[in-house]
Design a protein around this ligand. Structure first.
Ligand code: ADP
Length: 428
């Protein structure tokens, strides 16, 4: 650049000197200066016009080889080439993105903040019936009429998820995820029909097997009890019969729990099945009955319950939660320790039902697994108590059906608190 400026300065100096010499020779100073100035300006206008026409695309690149104009032309030329390269790289990158989005096994639909479709891949046509070209600009919720889609837009989480049936084929089930970014969102649909079919097959196998096992097991258990009633039994036979009877009762309990779990998983809770449950009164009568049974005799069970607070839910299911949690508290704490049942609201307005014991407690690494089927911290001891390993799993599923969840707090050697949380909307 410095070179170009120096060149222009010397050109200006040469023109000025030329005009001065001509003025001195001819004596027409003013005329010589005027002609030189106009000549210089005219030259610059001509060069400027060439460059402007080139930039407007009206002519090819001007051949300017000297001074500031040469510098400007080569600078613009370089920038243009750089821009062209950047645009080419960007287009290639965009193409790669589009190709990879087309190759996705999932349907992907890009929408703006008005829920209008901006782009969709090929799979979106197959799974959602959305054509990236023909449906561009249409509102996605006008094309996907499932109520789940509406709910998806109303949820607050950054990544929202729902399940719908494909509008193209009723037998195809999809999970729909909406991820927001900037002023738009990406809607991704994944075909889960095979996973659901396998899950349903597993559930119906477990349900059928449990159903088939229940009748013979009930018969065997009944007969064993009859045999045990025989007063002429020798002690050895009685011991073995008692052991067999205990095991068959345990198997029956597992089968019953499996059937309960299957029915909880496969059915939706209907409002017509629900009542405004007086949790305080129901728990008090359950504890009363429990206190008269051998497993809880002489146990101190303290109730701290809000009698005015009612819960909208299914009485048998809610009371099975209390029963399961109380059974566990009784099994895992000393006979002389206290158990406290609390029912009320927390600071968030949620309804909470807690069962607290001062028992053995649970190490932190087990806490996340406790609601898995057949998970026990100590399988041997659980069997000894007649546990099935399914109690907390049933509690979790029952709570899910009531839009609630289970929180577990425990310290080894100090005790555990199992708290069922229900949303405020279930309060009556
Ligand atoms: P189980 O029939 O074995 O009691 P659950 O699903 O009810 O099955 O409980 C799973 C496991 O959680 C139990 O085996 C036990 O190890 C642990 N657990 C449950 N409740 C308590 C409690 N109150 N205190 C200590 N451990 C508990």
């Amino acid at each position: 650049m410095q070179q170009a400026i120096s060149f222009e300065r010397s050109r200006l100096a040469s023109v000025a000197i030329g005009a001065t010499v001509l003025g001195a020779i001819s004596g027409h100073w003013a005329l010589c200066y005027a002609v030189s100035g106009i000549g210089l300006a005219g030259y610059n206008v001509w060069r400027g016009t060439q460059v402007a026409r080139w930039l407007s695309g009206l002519r090819s690149e001007p051949a300017v080889y000297e001074g500031l104009w040469s510098f400007l032309v080569s600078q613009i030329h370089r920038e243009r080439q750089q821009n062209r390269k950047t645009r080419k790289d960007f287009n290639q990158l965009l193409k790669r993105y589009r190709d990879s989005a087309e190759a996705l096994p999932d349907a992907a639909v890009l929408i703006d903040n008005q829920r209008q479709i901006q782009w969709a891949n090929r799979k979106a046509r197959e799974l959602l019936g959305i054509d990236g070209v023909l449906d561009r600009g249409q509102r996605v919720d006008n094309l996907l009429r499932d109520p789940g889609v509406q709910q998806l837009f109303e949820q607050d989480d950054p990544v929202r998820k729902t399940q719908i049936r494909s509008p193209q084929d009723e037998t195809v089930r999809l999970t729909l995820r909406l991820s927001r970014f900037g002023k738009g969102a990406l809607l991704v649909a994944h075909d889960i029909s095979t996973i659901l079919a396998a899950q349903e097959m597993r559930q119906s196998f477990v349900a059928n097997a449990s159903h088939e096992l229940r009748t013979p097991l009930t018969t065997v258990t009944g007969h064993l009890e009859l045999l045990l009633d025989n007063p002429d039994l020798d002690p050895e036979s009685e011991r073995s019969l008692r052991s067999v009877s205990r095991e068959s009762s345990r198997m029956l309990a597992i089968v019953e729990d499996l059937l309960t779990l299957t029915s909880l998983e496969n059915t939706q809770l209907q409002d017509k099945q629900c009542d405004d449950i007086d949790v305080a009164a129901e728990t008090a009568s359950l504890v009363d009955a429990l206190a008269r049974s051998p497993k809880a005799s002489n146990r101190r069970i303290t109730l701290a319950m809000d009698p005015a607070l009612k819960l909208r839910g299914r009485t048998t299911e809610i009371m099975s939660i209390v029963q399961n949690l109380l059974d566990n508290a009784l099994r895992h704490s000393d006979p002389d320790s206290e158990i406290t049942v609390t029912w009320g609201r927390n600071s968030l307005g949620e309804l909470t039902l807690s069962i607290q014991d001062n028992g053995e407690g649970i190490a932190p690494e087990h806490l996340h697994h406790l609601t898995e089927r057949f998970y026990r911290v100590d399988a041997g001891r659980s069997r000894e108590f007649g546990g099935t390993g399914l109690g907390l799993s049933i509690v979790k599923h029952t709570l899910n059906r009531h839009d609630g969840d289970l929180h577990i707090a425990s310290t080894v050697g100090q005790g555990s608190t199992f708290t069922a949380h229900f949303p405020a909307e279930r309060a009556r």
